[in-house]
Design a protein around this ligand. Sequence first.
Ligand code: SAM
Length: 149
Amino acid sequence: MQTPQHQLSEVFALLSEARSAGRATGTFVDLGSGDGCAVIEAARRGYAAHGVELNPALVLWSRLQARRARVKATFSWGNMFAVPLAPYDVVMCFGVPSLMPRLADKVRREMREGTHVVLYRFALPDWQPVAQRGNVRVYRHHVQKPNGT
Ligand SMILES: C[S@@+](CC[C@H](N)C(=O)[O-])C[C@H]1O[C@@H](n2cnc3c(N)ncnc32)[C@H](O)[C@@H]1O
């Protein structure tokens, strides 16, 4: 199952609202990139976009689609939990609910202050989105100091 095109438009509209001065550039990764549609759309909109996907056939398909769309988007075959998140300004995921607690831990450990997570369908448990429309939620990562602030 993929994020429908109209929901992808919502993803990027909400990201522009949530990010400072509506910045639509930077680095973007889709964890579990499926057929590559979200990554290709991100690249079209000016992000340096990358997808990681467990299914190698979908990685090959996504590369082909990116070439057809004439966008610079990269895809790798692998497990999303092995991908370092520190390089990214935006992390997207359309995963199953059972993955969300593990994803939340990974975001807390690896993402930089002020970076964003965008989720389609399923929420991060105990996190408050900074923007939400329907099933699309955007979270801003706030690095916790040792005293808990
Ligand atoms: C619901 S699809 C979402 C596809 C795409 N991100 C989108 O929004 O259209 C989820 C994808 O995550 C992939 N996936 C599931 N677990 C994964 C993991 N641990 N690492 C990488 N990809 C994974 C699946 O193979 C599937 O293609």
